[in-house]
Design a binder for this molecule. Structure first.
Ligand code: FDA
Length: 394
């Protein structure tokens, strides 16, 4: 049985970051992954350009049952630290809306950078390795039975990510292992994910597929995002929808403001004053795509002139434009979700080291924990920050 100081299961964002950090501290580190390639989610992220962090990262941009948990790791390894690393490796990048940083060329550069760091830190990354069994020995060490032989280690790091995108190799391994060691795992669900229509909504709105409009979307708990809303043939997507999906529970309504910069009652009142004979259809089509207007309101109403609409009718139309409440059927699930909500309960872990309080030597890094970030580079920042926190502690 080969012995290592540290074994990390998962050669993704958090695992590789953790490995390099521990390796530079002189630890003998082995990373095991069942995939053929390291960092597969990094490679497809950000449309192939990897939104690797955000200029402005704050704890409130993360969802966790214990909102204080993320503070320590995020404060000790900041987005500016990762930006410095990226610059040191000559990876060119640019900023998009809301402080999001993307590679100019390819997400591959981030994987190459992490693998180079691992190489410089003398880390051994072993792919195509199935982990059959993990045991804690009386000595306090861990024993791993794998498809490539048996290993023992002093510190075991679980960085196997969440459940999103099973076709990229996502597995519940980390949750099962946590449970094996008696740690609580909070219920998981798909996050940063598009919503799907109910059958009757689909009949009404699927023709809008491809239309994008600015919006403000509010969840039932009051959380709000102002970004683009995209109609798809399956339901609703776009950044505003992905963001709000992190705060949505089945059966809850979402409230969409289709005119986020205007008071629709004021707009309708001034349109009535300036063009009383203009049809409702032509009036609304000045502010929203005509196909959307026609899907939202019936022709009987749209054909009327503004001065033929009753006061209450005009108010109801305006109200719908500023607060269109929808109960969606559900989400597209893990198949298209960018992250997994829930996971290993952070109350089981030290927020400084991510070590299990009841199982010395067992650490968790990245998305496997009950920590999910907003869209915009926050999930990778969590992988980098938590990976470094663990790499410093093992
Ligand atoms: P990650 O999933 O990266 O790595 C887990 C590793 O564990 C994988 O290599 C896997 O093969 C391995 N593994 C799993 N089960 C195993 C087992 N049983 N045995 C051995 N190994 C196992 N975030 C962001 O900030 N900016 C972005 O642009 C994007 N874009 C994006 C696009 C898409 C399509 C997705 C699905 C996700 C994103 N994300 C994102 C989210 C981001 O990819 C995610 O949060 C991080 O990759 C999480 O890093 P981890 O290292 O925790 O898991």
């Amino acid at each position: 049985m080969k012995h290592q100081d540290v074994i990390i299961i998962g050669a993704g964002a958090a695992g590789l970051m953790c490995a390099a950090t521990a390796g530079y501290r002189g630890k003998q580190v082995l990373v095991l992954d069942n995939a053929k390639q390291a960092g597969r989610k990094i490679l497809i992220s950000g449309g192939g350009r990897c939104n690797f962090t955000n200029q402005k990262v704050e704890p409130h941009q993360f969802i966790c049952a214990n909102p204080h948990f993320v503070k320590s790791a995020l404060a000790r390894y900041k987005s500016s630290d990762f930006i410095e690393l990226v610059e040191r490796h000559g990876v060119e990048y640019h900023e998009r809306d809301h402080g999001q940083l993307f590679c100019n060329h390819s997400a591959k550069e981030i994987v190459t950078m992490l693998m180079t760091e691992c190489d410089w830190a003398s880390v051994n990354v072993q792919l195509r390795t199935e982990i059959a069994k993990v045991e804690k020995l009386a000595s306090g060490q861990f024993k791993l039975t794998t498809s490539n032989g048996d290993y023992s280690c002093d510190s075991l790091v679980i960085a196997t990510g969440g459940l999103s995108m099973p076709k990229l190799g996502a597995t519940p391994f980390g949750y099962q292992l946590a449970e094996q060691f008696g740690l609580k795992v909070l219920p998981t669900s798909a996050g940063l994910v598009p919503f799907t229509w109910h059958a009757e909504q689909k009949a009404q709105f699927e023709g809008l597929s491809g239309i994008a409009v600015p919006s403000t979307i509010t969840a039932e708990n009051g959380t709000q995002f102002s970004e683009a809303l995209l109609f798809t043939h399956r339901g609703l997507s776009g950044p505003a929808v992905l963001q709000i999906s992190n705060y949505w529970k089945p059966g809850q309504a979402i409230h969409i403001n289709l005119l986020p910069n205007d008071d629709a009652i004021e707009l309708m009142t001034s349109a009535l004053e300036s063009s009383p004979k203009q049809s409702l259809r032509n009036t609304l089509s000045q502010w929203l795509p005509k196909r959307l207007v026609e899907a939202l309101f019936g022709s009987a109403q749209l054909d009327k002139a503004l001065n033929q609409l009753g006061h209450g009718e005009r108010d109801a139309i305006a109200k719908q434009l500023n607060k269109w409440s929808l109960v969606m059927n559900g989400t597209e699930g893990y198949r298209t979700a960018e992250v997994t909500l829930g996971g290993v309960d952070t109350n089981e872990l030290s927020s400084k080291t991510m070590e299990a309080k009841q199982v010395p030597g067992l650490f968790f890094a990245g998305e496997v924990m009950d920590v999910s970030g907003w869209l915009g580079g926050f999930n990778f920042q969590w992988a980098w920050s938590s990976g470094v926190a663990v790499g410093m502690a093992v």
